[in-house]
Design a protein around this ligand. Structure first.
Ligand SMILES: Nc1nc2c(c(=O)[nH]1)N[C@H]1C(S)=C(S)[C@@H](COP(=O)(O)OP(=O)(O)OC[C@H]3O[C@@H](n4cnc5c(=O)[nH]c(N)nc54)[C@H](O)[C@@H]3O)O[C@H]1N2
Ligand SMILES: Nc1nc2c(c(=O)[nH]1)N[C@H]1C(S)=C(S)[C@@H](COP(=O)(O)OP(=O)(O)OC[C@H]3O[C@@H](n4cnc5c(=O)[nH]c(N)nc54)[C@H](O)[C@@H]3O)O[C@H]1N2
Ligand SMILES: [Mo]
Length: 663
């Protein structure tokens, strides 16, 4: 399927010039509310009163005509914990549904699902400081040098203090450059690789029998499952030399303490949760968890995506990660909020888009998310958003999603214009403070939500962000010990922090090492997961494997970083290895057509020797110029709902060959 309009736009914008002199779109801050008088009509400025009334009316109508589950909330992973708490409370109390989710679904939902299944809690198990005080760091499917530069500073300090580092990534990334050893598996073959590592550890007798016997379950089944994964078979499937797999297995198993870190190379697959389980198996096998310096860490994406989930802005958990299916937990919140909470999971972000298609979902309140450009198969996503009866977008910029809204509400930026707290990947809650005056009529996210709630009959009085936080603390045992004063005093605190007079442990699951079974608690089960290749198969028509990801100098859909892209590589490129560039007869800067089974875009070529033949790379950062997500596939992990952003099948063609000069 071709998209002549988009390719034409792209061509016109590029004019006769190539790559370098194209300036990515630059966004300016929203300073006033906007409303639309008729569906396809233009947005026009409005007063706060009019915009808030319209926002509330649409939600009221959707609920009256179609019931509470016709509404869904997308909550902002860049905004504060307090804002996320209020957003999920709005969803559950004002609208009466559990349909609340965020971009966590597109990145680390598989990590949360996998960690919860193994350990009963979805958080990474270690602290950043432990990375400086460990013997081995494995970065698996993670380009932390680009995507987590602050965490990577801790990694570098660890290396300087003597830790070894291994990188597992199909691309020889900037992170891999720092590694002692780089393993480059074929995209989507991580389970095969992990199983071969596990088998090698068992065959070499290097597993931690004491830990396995005491703290885990399912070892015999796991050993049988990985038995076929010889080094030779794994080399054939993954493309990683047998000796390198063996080396990783021995290094990981013999390290005194090891940190296993992963990100989207593991999770953004149709079997992301299985991938996560395959990695956790290795930590269970070796006992590299529950001890200082040893642990498993999904490095979370947006600055407060950990906190958003912790605050209950997910469809299956109440604040404090308390199970919504547990009667006791629900009743506690029902009493505190004077409401009735549905005893079932709400829709995930993935379910929401399916429910837009079926017409079940009619009204969406989207706070600080840009799904029209961040969802896989974005053309389909935008079409579904356009079919809603009522879309309210609350953002700091006029995004592509906001351009489609019936009401646009201008918010202050959590970063630098708002008081509150955020929670990072090591579960550390830290204070943020308003330092700048917000532009124009922009208002705080929490105030706006409360104003909409008031128009729907719920008069909430929160004097300030501390009042919201104290309400959360009274309902979440894991946060109870974190008063604002203590957060200030200790430069942030990590959950679980149940006590006002004790400091929390820096790592989780120390219980697994207790000799007394009563103190040890539930065993951590091995995950019996199977190798399962990407859904979008490469063939003669689509011979290249496309994987997508990030660059250091840009951020997600580019809304917040578009105008600051690197002067060297402004805008989007399709990156190929030198051999493929020769094979296709293309050079750096030359525009080519990139097509998948879902759509086509035009992008200039970049040549990266860190890629291998058959593998192409694009980012998601410049969708206004080149909408990469028109190419990606909405093949979702059945457990977590995350799409396979990391594996699409594409072809590239010279523009002349497809009549490009006439496009
Ligand atoms: N500069 C910058 N930093 C960011 C962001 C940003 O946009 N820009 N976004 C933030 C967000 S929301 C997130 S979630 C994080 C994401 O952080 P990362 O997950 O580290 O970033 P990505 O580049 O998406 O993907 C990581 C790596 O996965 C590899 N990969 C692809 N397929 C596979 C596979 O099958 N197996 C393995 N083992 N690896 C594979 C890719 O080659 C890539 O190098 O970054 C956060 N930080
Ligand atoms: N091809 C491809 N696609 C991907 C991915 C990939 O690796 N490849 N990764 C996926 C991942 S991991 C993620 S997280 C998603 C990201 O998807 P999104 O979250 O939809 O994209 P962002 O560009 O991060 O959008 C953030 C929005 O929040 C707004 N914002 C920032 N601060 C505030 C605030 O304080 N208040 C309010 N109200 N708004 C605020 C910004 O203006 C911006 O519009 O994309 C996913 N899409
Ligand atoms: Mo993310």
């Amino acid at each position: 399927m071709t998209k002549p309009d988009r390719t034409r736009t792209r061509q016109d914008r590029a004019g006769g010039s190539r790559g370098r002199d194209r300036a990515p779109k630059s966004y300016t801050r929203l300073t006033q509310p906007l409303v639309r008088d008729r569906r396809a009509g233009p947005l026009r400025p409005a007063t706060w009163d009019e915009a808030l009334a319209r926002a509330a009316d649409g939600f009221r109508r959707a609920r009256a005509d179609h019931g509470p589950d016709a509404f869904a909330m997308l909550s902002c992973a860049r905004a504060t914990n307090e804002m996320n708490y209020v957003a999920q409370k709005f969803t559950r109390v004002v609208m009466g549904t559990n349909n609340v989710d965020s971009c966590n679904r597109t990145c680390h939902a598989p990590s949360v699902a996998g960690l919860s299944a193994a350990f009963g809690s979805g958080g990474g198990t270690s602290s950043y400081a432990e990375v400086e005080d460990t013997d081995l760091i494995v970065m698996w499917g993670s380009n932390a040098r680009f995507a987590h530069p602050i965490f990577f500073q801790h990694v570098l300090k660890g290396i300087r203090a003597g830790a070894r580092m291994y990188a597992v990534d199909p691309r020889r990334t900037s992170t891999a450059e720092w590694a002692e050893s780089w393993l480059g598996p074929n995209v989507g073959t991580d389970i095969a690789l992990a199983h071969a590592v596990g088998r090698e550890i068992i065959h070499a007798g290097l597993h931690n029998t004491l830990f396995v016997e005491r703290a885990t379950s399912g070892f015999a089944e796991y050993a049988a499952l990985v038995e076929p994964w010889t080094l030779t078979l794994a080399e054939k499937v993954t493309g990683v030399p047998a000796a390198a797999i063996r080396d990783l297995a021995h290094a990981y198993a013999t390290a005194e303490r090891a940190q296993l870190c992963w990100t989207l190379g593991i999770t953004e697959h149709h079997n992301g949760t299985d991938n996560v389980r395959a990695l956790i198996n290795l930590a269970l096998l070796t006992g590299h968890v529950g001890r200082y310096g040893a642990g498993v860490q999904p490095l979370r994406g947006q600055n407060n995506v950990q906190g958003g989930g912790d605050m209950g802005a997910i469809p299956n958990r109440l604040p404090g990660f308390q199970d919504i299916l547990d009667d006791g937990h629900r009743q506690k919140f029902e009493r505190a909020w004077d409401t009735v909470i549905q005893p079932r999971h709400g829709m995930t972000l993935t379910d929401m888009f399916e429910a837009m298609e079926s017409g079940e979902l009619r009204a969406v309140y989207c706070i600080g998310e840009n799904p029209a450009q961040s969802e896989a198969d974005s053309e389909q996503a935008a079409r579904r958003l356009a079919a809603l009866d009522h879309l309210v977008v609350q953002d700091i910029f006029l995004t592509k999603t906001a351009e489609m809204a019936d009401v646009v509400l201008p918010a202050t930026a959590a970063w630098a214009e708002t008081d509150g707290t955020t929670t990072n990947s090591e579960r550390r809650v830290q204070r943020v403070r308003a330092a700048l005056t917000p532009p124009g009529a922009a208002r705080e996210d929490i105030d706006i939500i409360c104003e909409v709630a008031a128009r729907l009959g719920h008069d909430w009085k929160f004097a300030d962000s501390r009042a919201v936080w104290d309400e959360l603390r009274s309902l979440s045992p894991d946060h109870f010990g974190m008063t604002y004063d203590r957060l200030d005093e200790h430069h942030g605190l990590q959950w679980p922090c149940p006590d006002l007079d004790r400091l929390p442990s820096s790592f989780l699951h120390g219980r697994l090492w207790e000799a007394d079974p009563a103190l040890r608690g539930p065993r951590a089960p091995f995950g019996l997961v199977h190798d399962d290749p990407p859904v979008d198969l490469t063939d003669e028509s689509f011979p290249l494997r496309l994987t997508t990801g990030r660059r250091l100098d840009s951020y997600n859909t580019g809304v917040q970083s578009g105008s600051f892209a690197s002067p060297l590589r402004r805008g989007e490129y399709v990156e190929l290895c030198p051999e493929d560039a020769v094979r296709y007869g293309v050079v750096v800067g030359e525009e080519v057509r990139v097509s998948s089974r879902r759509g086509a875009v035009v992008a200039p070529v970049w040549v990266d020797p860190g890629l291998r033949p058959g593998l192409a790379f694009m980012t998601m950062h410049f969708p206004d110029e080149v909408d990469t997500n028109q190419l990606t596939i909405e093949a979702n992990c059945p457990i977590a709902g995350t799409a396979e952003f990391k594996a699409s099948a594409i072809r590239i063609e010279k523009l002349a060959a497809v009549g490009g000069e006439h496009l």
